[in-house]
Design a protein around this ligand. Structure first.
Ligand SMILES: [Zn+2]
Length: 559
C-alpha cells in the first residue's frame, strides 16, 4: 500500500499557510515530541505529582522539570529512530503505538514494562479482539491517526546527507543537555522518586514501548541463539515409582487469572466454589502466592526449580522445565492447552490445542470453553504407560471479557457485565461476571475430580489432581483492572491465587499420605515455588534438583 496515498487528506482540509512552508526534520520531530508529551503521559504526571499541592511553587518547578525532561527524552527517541525517508513512517508508527499504549495505561492502570510487552506481543487474535472497543478506537483516531495524518502533510526540507547528519547530531546533543539540566535542577526529588517508584519509568510513553520492545526482542534473540539448557540430567524413577503395581495418573490444572480473594473455599463472601466444597477429601491452600503477575512470567516460573525465591527470567527461559525432567525419568507427559500456549514449558513434548481439537458444542470464534479440556481426557489417561502427568492449561477468568468464559447456565450472579469494555460496567457487574467465571472453573474442576475418581475405581489406577492459578486480577480496586503490574508494586489481589489438591484413596494409601497433616500444612503459606518439588515428590522422580523443604507432601508421609 502506498502510505502517502493512505494518509492523503481530502481536498477541503487545507493546512495553515505557515505549515505549507517546508519544515526542518528536527522542527517536525520537536513538534511530535511536544505532542506526545501532552497526549500520552497523563498517567505518568498524575503518579509523579501525587501528594504535591498545586499551591506550592516547588510543585510547579518539579512539574516543569519533568515536562522538559520528557520533551527531551521524546526528542532523543524520535531523533535516534526517525531518519530520511523513514522519518514520517516511523514517527507515525510511534504516534499510533503511543496512542494505544497510553489508552491501556489510563484504562487498566497497567505499566508497559518488558514483561507486559511480552504478554502483549504474544496475544492471540481472539484475545486481541476482546480488547478492541469503541474507547480504544476513539483514542487511536484522535490521538493517533489524525495527528499522524497532520504530521504526514507537513512538507520537509531535504538536506544533503552529511549536513543532515551533522545537524541531527547537534540537536540530539542539545536534547541530551536539556535532559541532564532538567534532572540536575530537580535532582533530589527526582532521585527519591526514582528510588521509591522505579516502575514509574514504564509510564513514560513512548519511551516505555521502545525500551520494552527492544529488551524483549534482545532477550528472545539471546534465547534463540542458545539451546535450552538441560536440567535434572540425573532424573530417574525412585523406588516407589519402580515398585508401583497400579499406574499413577496426575492431572495438573494451570488456572488463569483466578484470584484467591474471590475463591469460595477461601471464605469469599459468596460461594463461588460450591461443587468443590462438596468434594470429600479436597485440600485447599488459602495462602498461596504466585511467581508473577502475568502468564508470560508465571507459567515458565511455576515449572522451574528456582522461581520467585531468586527470580532470574533469563535462566528460567533458557532452561528446560519440570516437564522435561519428568519425561527424562520415564513419566508420560502431555500438555493440553486452552489458552495462549505453554510458553516454552512443553517444548518438544506432546501437546494438544483445544481450538484445533474443536470438541462439539464447546468452541466458537477461535475460543473454547474450559470443558473442552475434559474432552477425550479419559482415553488419554487410560493410554499412558506407567506414571503419567497431564497438564490442562485453562482459559479460566481471562479478562476483560469474563462473560465469555462461561456458558449461560453459570450466569448465576446478576447483573453481570456483558461488555468487552470494562468501563461500560459498574464494579458490581464486573465482579458478578468474574465470579460467574469462577463458578464455571469450579464446575470443570469438580467434574474432572469425579472422572479421576471413576477411573481410580474402574481401571485400577491411582489418580491425583492439583489446581493452581497463574496469577490474580484487579477488579477496579484503586482504579486498577486486569493484571501484569510490576511485581514490586502489584497489589495482593494480583499475587494471591487459589490452589487445591485431591488424591484418590488408593493413591493416599500407596503413598502413605497423611491427609490430616497435609490439611494442617495447607493452612500455612504456600507458593508457585512449591510446585516443581511437590510434583517431583508425588511422581517419585529422584534428582538432585528436588528440595524436600519445598515439597508440600514430603513432611506428610507416614514412615
Ligand atoms: Zn495468565
Amino acid at each position: 500500500m502506498n502510505l502517502s496515498a493512505f494518509f492523503a487528506l481530502p481536498a477541503p482540509v487545507r493546512l495553515p499557510p505557515s505549515w505549507r512552508r517546508s519544515w526542518s526534520s528536527e522542527g517536525l520531530l520537536l513538534a511530535v515530541s511536544a505532542f506526545l508529551l501532552l497526549s500520552a503521559n497523563s498517567a505518568f504526571f498524575r503518579q509523579a505529582l501525587t501528594g504535591r499541592s498545586l499551591g506550592d511553587p516547588s510543585s510547579w518547578g518539579f512539574g516543569l522539570a519533568l515536562a522538559l525532561a520528557l520533551l527531551a527524552l521524546n526528542f532523543l527517541v524520535l531523533g535516534l529512530l526517525c531518519h530520511g525517508r523513514l522519518l514520517k513512517p516511523v514517527a507515525a508508527l510511534l504516534i499510533l503505538v503511543a496512542a494505544g499504549g497510553s489508552h491501556f495505561i489510563a484504562t487498566f492502570g497497567i505499566y508497559l514494562d518488558p514483561s507486559m510487552l511480552r504478554n502483549a506481543l504474544r496475544t492471540d487474535p481472539a484475545e486481541a479482539g476482546e480488547l478492541i472497543g469503541s474507547a480504544l478506537l476513539a483514542s487511536l483516531l484522535f490521538k493517533g491517526v489524525l495527528p499522524a495524518v497532520l504530521m504526514w502533510r507537513v512538507p520537509l526540507r531535504r538536506l544533503p546527507f552529511w549536513r543532515a547528519l551533522g545537524r541531527r547530531a547537534l540537536w540530539l546533543l542539545g536534547a541530551l543537555l536539556l535532559l541532564l539540566a532538567a534532572i540536575l535542577i530537580e535532582f533530589r526529588p527526582l532521585s527519591s522518586m526514582m528510588r521509591n517508584h522505579r516502575d514509574l519509568r514504564y509510564l513514560v510513553t513512548p519511551a516505555n514501548l521502545v525500551w520494552s520492545t527492544g529488551s524483549v526482542l534482545a532477550a528472545d534473540l539471546r534465547g534463540a541463539a542458545r539451546p535450552r539448557q538441560p536440567i535434572g540430567l540425573d532424573a530417574r524413577p525412585g523406588p516407589a515409582m519402580a515398585a508401583r503395581t497400579r499406574p499413577l495418573r496426575v492431572v495438573l490444572v494451570v488456572g488463569e487469572t483466578a484470584r484467591a480473594a474471590n475463591w469460595g473455599l477461601n471464605g469469599h463472601a459468596r460461594q463461588t466454589t460450591p461443587e468443590l466444597a462438596a468434594v470429600p477429601g479436597l485440600i485447599n491452600f488459602p495462602q498461596t502466592s504466585s511467581c508473577g503477575t502475568n502468564t508470560e512470567v508465571s507459567v515458565p516460573c511455576m515449572f522451574a526449580p528456582v522461581g520467585r525465591r531468586d527470580y532470574d527470567e533469563d535462566r528460567i527461559r533458557g532452561s528446560e522445565s519440570l516437564l522435561h525432567v519428568l519425561a527424562r525419568a520415564g513419566v508420560d507427559v502431555l500438555w493440553r492447552d486452552n489458552q495462549s500456549g505453554c510458553k516454552g514449558v512443553c517444548d518438544g513434548l506432546p501437546s494438544e490445542e483445544m481450538v484445533r481439537l474443536d470438541p462439539p458444542g464447546l468452541c466458537a470464534e477461535g475460543r473454547c470453553l474450559d470443558e473442552a479440556l475434559l474432552a477425550g481426557l479419559d482415553e488419554r489417561l487410560a493410554s499412558a504407560r506407567g506414571s503419567g502427568l497431564i497438564v490442562l492449561h485453562m482459559l479460566g477468568n481471562h479478562g476483560p471479557s469474563y462473560f465469555r468464559r462461561y456458558p449461560e447456565r453459570f450466569a448465576r450472579f446478576q447483573p453481570a457485565c456483558q461488555s468487552d469494555d470494562l468501563r461500560q460496567c459498574d464494579s458490581t457487574a464486573i465482579a458478578n461476571a468474574y465470579d460467574n467465571a469462577l463458578l464455571y472453573t469450579d464446575h470443570v474442576l469438580a467434574t474432572l475430580i469425579a472422572r479421576l475418581q471413576a477411573q481410580a475405581q474402574s481401571s485400577q489406577v491411582d489418580t491425583a489432581m492439583i489446581y493452581l492459578s497463574d496469577h490474580g486480577e484487579s477488579l477496579g480496586e484503586s482504579n486498577l483492572f486486569l493484571h501484569g503490574l510490576p511485581w514490586a508494586i502489584a497489589p495482593e489481589v494480583q499475587k494471591r491465587v487459589p490452589m487445591v489438591m485431591w488424591f484418590s484413596d488408593g493413591l493416599a494409601r500407596q503413598e502413605r499420605l497423611d491427609l490430616d497433616c497435609l490439611r494442617r500444612r495447607a493452612a500455612q503459606p504456600a507458593a508457585h515455588d512449591h510446585l516443581f518439588h511437590t510434583l517431583l515428590g508425588l511422581l517419585d522422580v529422584r534428582t538432585a534438583l528436588h528440595e524436600p523443604a519445598l515439597d508440600l507432601l514430603a513432611g506428610c508421609r507416614r514412615s
